[in-house]
Design a binder for this molecule. Sequence first.
Ligand SMILES: [Zn+2]
Length: 408
Amino acid sequence: MASLLIHNAAQIATSIGRYRRGAEMNQLRLLRNASIYVQDGIIRAIGSASDVEKAISDSPEVIDASGSAVIAGLVDSHTHLVFAGTREQEFAMRVAGATYQDIAKQGGGILSTVKATRNATKEELKCVAKRYLALALEHGTTTMEIKTGYGLDEETELKLLDVIAELDAEQPITLAPTFLGAHAVPPERSKAEYLESLFALLPRAAQKARFIDAFVEENYFSAEEAEALCERAKRFGLLPRLHVHQFTANAGVKMGLRVGAASLDHLEKISDEDIGLLARSETVATLLPCVSLFLGYGYPPARKLIDSGAIVAIASNFNPGSAMTLNMQLTMFVASAQMRLSLAESLTAATLNAAYSLRLSDKIGSIEVGKEADLVILDVPSYEQAIYFFGVNHAKTVIKKGVVEWTR
Ligand SMILES: [Zn+2]
């Protein structure tokens, strides 16, 4: 039996339970000078060094964590990680004054990545994605959701789902696949035709994906169109998680709650009425602060959501057009510095609540006996310092299911 002792950490900082909503998000379990014992990938004991030693029945590999804080592996619950090409030219245009919508009108935006992604082979896509995943792992991410949506035709969308499945088997980060065929309408088809093809694709997509997503936005998909797609997708076992209220207030939140979405994401333009509805639900509000930073537009009303009792998660939204970052430590910093989440709330949002939105929080997302040992040992003595000291990587050792997958 493989076992591991993380010995005498300066701090162990974690949320506990299945999810934390509202004021509970600020309540962490904090231990000082404590150890974690892991056997067969599962956390078996947590506590003072002497208490944990009593639980040890074998000769574990020992990691000296003195001077370090330990947090749960970070969970990035909203990414578009599999794509070809990058779009730094658009970023330069935006810096010079163009808007996201201006760039889309000039043939940039999602469709330029679609073109590059269609032209890439499966092996090429995997090769690029593996590099991104290795970077994410080094920054402490141990679980990640990945959406399709840069294929926008049957063949490429299925190819992207295959790429995600193969990557899941070939590298340490657990991947949760989401079918986002309804990311945009491809230029060669009418919207009605394309929606019909998505409906027809659902049975096959459902064999490879766990979630269904749609971009509910002006000039993309209406709430009615997304609702029909979600209802159909649910019959094949896909759970909705949706892009809503990013650029315009729309009916996305009410619709998302009707279809029982696991998560409603973006919410920059959510109304007070919809905040109240979302806060009383079991649907996670997933906020993407690095998008607001990157695009230079307003942040979602995170404080109002938490103060109203919502279950809030944060994610990178890694994608080439509006958030070219894989760094969940930076995401926590931006959430705290710009959206005014307390540091504890940012940690909860980036771990347990994100895991809950992926329906994985029974196994991961916190440091608790019985959960899988997904852990990040930091090069600083507190999680607070790791968030506050921003822009550099504080992960020192990243452990996935009890195995050291990266260390420096
Ligand atoms: Zn997105």
